[in-house]
Design a protein around this ligand. Structure first.
Ligand code: ATP
Length: 338
């Protein structure tokens, strides 16, 4: 018997006219998992999220929630809630009224609404803003209120569509930590859509990487980063050095395309011992300095472009156009399927 998933997509395809936005996608999400859908713009992430929410029906295949097929079940009858990037708070209502709105329309007694609103404000660490209007809060605070409003109905699954997209980098990083800790505290399933690979790596239990309507790979952040299956995943999630099969075969003896992450490579001066490593002679072309780290761009004698990343711990003795040797361990090299 298969595992019982909280959310499952089985051979789901979504067409808009002749265009295939989601192409035969299948995966399952476990209860309490923080699951991210990561991919470039237009790769089909939001369309998948909308099929889970019930805003779209699949053209073929099925969506299961808690093990039941939900075809034809409208959004409000599904035990899911969505947080959007633009918050969608009602501007004329106070924060407390915004958060309690879903309960009010369900005729929940006023006293209970007040208690639940106040516990939600505690959860998102904004206990004293209930009387304010949305315009009196910062972007990050508004996003936390949108989260409180989505959680007050106690959904089984929370869908988050680029919820941090409108925030500046610093606030975004703070909210990533906050969101993750709220999710762990309440233990519900989060499905998080993002095109930001660092965000997906730092927050998720598992990630599905989307490309052109298909899922290229599903795995933990570590699996996706350390063992990308395809060239697309290797390049979309972090930087990578890809060696085509003909070049790789000269290095490894096997005619398979391979990938090495830039931070797994080291640069030696010519003549230094390369024992225990694979190596390639290269010419140093450029440095890109970015504070804690630098990227060093090189070109091998065979014309291959190589990126090496290094920590800026001490003065570099490297100079442009210098001939050097790039080395890496065989265990840091991974075969790429396509
Ligand atoms: P983004 O990060 O830009 O939102 P995405 O990966 O979420 O991208 P989707 O919004 O799922 O991508 O869109 C996938 C493709 O389907 C896009 O090419 C989009 O133009 C198309 N599409 C989405 N919704 C519709 C629609 N209602 N009608 C027609 N085409 C649509």
């Amino acid at each position: 018997m298969g595992e019982l998933y909280d959310v499952e997509l089985k051979n789901v395809t979504k067409r808009f006219g002749d265009f295939i936005a989601v192409d035969n996608v299948s995966f399952g999400i476990l209860k309490g998992e923080f699951f991210s859908m990561l991919g470039p713009s237009g790769s089909g992430k939001t369309t998948c999220l909308r099929m889970v929410a019930g805003f779209y029906d699949p053209s073929s295949g099925s969506v299961l929630l808690g093990g039941s097929d939900v075809s034809g079940v409208p959004p409000y009858k599904r035990n899911v809630n969505t947080v959007f990037q633009d918050y969608a708070l009602f501007p004329h209502m106070t924060i407390a009224e915004n958060i309690g709105y879903g309960l009010m329309v369900k005729n929940v007694p006023k006293k209970e609404i007040l208690a639940r609103v106040s516990s939600m404000l505690e959860l998102v660490r904004l206990p004293n803003v209930g009387h304010r209007k949305p315009s009196e809060l910062s972007g990050g605070q508004r996003q936390r209120i949108a989260l409180a409003r989505a959680l007050i109905n106690q959904p089984q699954i929370l869908l988050l569509d680029e919820p941090l997209g409108a925030l500046d980098l610093k606030l975004r990083e703070e909210m990533q930590i906050e969101l993750k800790s709220i999710q762990k505290k309440i233990g519900i399933t989060f499905i998080f859509v993002t095109h930001d690979q660092e965000e997906a790596l730092s927050m998720s239990d598992r990630i599905a990487v989307f490309n052109k309507g298909k899922v290229e790979q599903i795995g933990t952040p570590n699996e996706i980063y350390e063992h990308p299956n395809t060239e697309f995943v290797a390049n979309f999630v972090g930087n990578s050095n890809i060696f085509e099969a003909d070049i790789a075969s000269k290095l490894t003896g096997k005619s398979q395309k391979i990938m090495v992450r830039p931070e797994k490579m080291k640069i030696l001066s010519k003549g230094e011992s390369t024992e225990g490593y694979l190596s390639l002679e290269a010419n140093l072309q450029n440095f890109v300095y970015s504070g804690a780290t630098s990227k060093i761009l090189l070109q091998s004698k065979t014309g291959q472009r190589i990126i090496v990343a290094k920590q800026n711990q001490n003065e570099s003795l490297l100079t442009p156009s210098q001939d050097v040797v790039v080395i890496w361990k065989e265990s840091d090299m991974h075969v790429i399927s396509k």
